[in-house]
Design a protein around this ligand. Structure first.
Ligand code: GLN
Length: 546
């Protein structure tokens, strides 16, 4: 089938971290709001087959799709903006490209030819880019090329884009180049030279940018826009400013004001209309006009980096807007929590979330935190490892199984309340081998979660190797922690809650991956509400004491 889809390639110049993902997602939002079926794909020029094996410190959170792909966190932005699920095909790395080409070579598919970067690697890249277009599900594919032009590792991607533009023909593939226009305070001037150089670097590879999106801290005056247009071979209307915004959710409106959608659609030979972003703007109004605020403690071991818990932080923004509450998230490093300081560290917080994670570092602090919130009726939300910690804490301190543990942390515990899943026991490879992607879950009648989801059956995304050990289910339930969500096929415990507690929910899956602007996740919405109630209750108790 020949594709009728149109392609927009987004490249980056001058420096990394300019926010290509947000620009791509914002443009996609504006196109979607005019009736186009849009998806976004990210090409990452590193040799890891996927980011599943990358340390979040290096590369931020690993995002998981419905079909179980471990992907770049930009895919999270795409889903949060578009409210359309992404898949394996939406994230491709150099590692995956080479793996696939080498496998073909081993199968003898190249018929004795010398296998080379051009054409074999570039052909594989072109094929991967067109998978989404050929599916017939989309009118427009936005392909974001990771890294910065001029990097050695980006070259095959830029070459693939050059070839594809020829193959696709005029009006079917365009290039948006994202650059930085720095402001030199000493000279009091915005500087265009870095942009000129990066556009030239792109041209050396035979690719002319059609649109320039310029990140800037100050408005670009018309003489600067004219200069950029003249030196970079683009029309003045195609010089788009992307000024720093207080929230990423402002960027679609900023791009609308600059006419990015119009320029792009004109270049693609498609009709443009006024985008209908009323619902988006209603969300923004709620986000920007909170009636009150709360502070949630996020307990994890990656507290220094925003990106490590990206989807959780964004889910709080969605849930805060839904409740008209500003949610401040305070990072608390679990390694520094102990029984003696837990009150000091957590006493002022309105709710506690123990984050997902791997390995034993900081585990005891997480368990102390759970004990504190359980005993003091502070709303608790445990995600994945956070749910496992809640089970361990309960087994140790309520059931009295002093050495209860996860076999991930202590392989020799006599009470493995969290244990390796049966089908994980023979697996030794680390990449792509966890329990991944969407799994069904049945919710128990009368449970808090059933009430929150307003549904009996749900499906949520997973990423773990260990599970609640069902041998302990009866004892744990009798003591007051209930298993309220079960996998219908395997009986695996997916959710625990403590009905006696105002709000204590632990989930084995990752609800944060499914929270979007259009559909804030119900568990986050309910947790924020519970934290708000807790705050009201504790402040009126304090008032009464005075
Ligand atoms: N390390 C735990 C497991 O593999 C939890 C994983 C997570 O929090 N994503 O089961």
């Amino acid at each position: 089938m020949t594709s009728t889809a149109k392609y927009i390639f987004v490249t980056g110049g001058v420096t990394s971290s300019l926010g290509k993902g947000i620009i791509a997602a914002s443009l996609a939002k504006l196109l979607q709001a005019q009736g186009y079926r849009v998806t976004i794909q990210k090409l990452d020029p590193y040799i890891n087959v996927d980011p599943g094996t990358l340390n979040p410190y290096e590369h931020g959170e690993c995002y998981v799709t419905e079909d179980g792909a471990e992907t770049d966190l930009d895919l999270g932005h795409y889903e949060r903006f578009l409210n359309v699920p992404t898949s394996q095909a939406n994230n491709v790395t150099t590692g995956r490209i080479y793996q696939s080409v080498i496998q073909k070579e081993r199968r003898g598919e190249f018929l004795g030819k010398t296998v080379q970067v051009v054409p074999h690697i570039t052909d594989e890249i072109k094929e991967r880019i067109q998978i989404l277009g050929n599916s017939g599900d989309y009118d427009i594919i936005i392909t974001e090329i990771g890294g910065t032009v001029g990097d050695i590792e980006s070259l095959p991607y830029v070459e693939a884009v050059r070839q594809l533009r020829w193959d696709l023909g005029e009006n079917n593939g365009i290039v948006i180049h994202l650059t930085l226009v720095p402001y030199l305070a000493a000279a009091g001037e915005l500087k265009t030279k870095p942009t000129q150089h990066s556009v030239k670097t792109l041209m050396e590879s035979g690719v002319q940018a059609d649109v320039l999106v310029c990140r800037t801290e100050h408005d670009l005056p018309s003489d600067i826009r004219r200069k950029l247009a003249l030196f970079c071979n683009v029309r003045e209307e195609a010089v788009i400013q992307s000024i720093d915004a207080s929230t990423i959710y402002d960027v679609p409106n900023l791009m609308l004001k600059e006419g990015l959608d119009k320029v792009v659609l004109k270049k693609l030979g498609l009709q443009s209309d006024t985008p209908d972003i009323n619902r988006w703007n209603e969300f923004l109004t709620r986000l920007k006009n909170p009636k009150t605020e709360i502070t949630i403690g996020l307990i994890g071991k990656y507290v220094e980096l925003q990106d490590s818990y990206k989807s959780i932080l964004e889910a709080f923004i969605h849930a805060g807007a839904a409740n008209e509450v500003k949610v401040n998230v305070e990072s608390v490093h679990s390694e520094y929590i102990n029984k003696d300081n837990v009150d000091l560290k957590l006493g002022h917080l309105d709710g506690i979330l123990v984050a997902p994670g791997f390995g034993e570092r900081g585990i005891e602090g997480k368990i102390d935190a759970v004990q504190y919130v359980r005993e003091n009726n502070v709303p608790y939300f445990g995600i994945c490892l956070g749910m496992q910690m809640a089970v361990i804490e309960f087994a140790r301190n309520v059931l009295g199984l002093k050495d209860a543990d996860s076999t991930e942390m202590n392989a020799n515990t006599s009470n493995p309340v969290i244990d390796l899943m049966e089908d994980q026991k023979t697996i030794t490879d680390k990449g792509g081998t966890m329990r991944l992607g969407a799994w069904d879950c049945d919710l128990k009648l009368g449970s808090t979660v059933r009430d929150i989801y307003k549904s009996e059956h749900i499906s949520e995304r997973h990423r773990h190797r260990y599970e609640f050990n069902s041998k302990y289910k009866e004892a744990i339930e009798t003591a007051g922690m209930k298993a309220t969500g079960l996998n219908p096929d395997t009986g695996l415990v997916e959710i625990v809650e403590i009905p006696e507690h105002p709000w204590f929910v632990g989930v084995q899956y990752h609800p944060e991956y499914k929270s979007t602007v259009a559909n804030p996740h119900p568990l986050f919405v309910a947790f924020v509400k519970a934290a708000l109630n807790h705050k009201k209750k504790t402040s009126s108790a304090r008032m009464a004491q005075k």
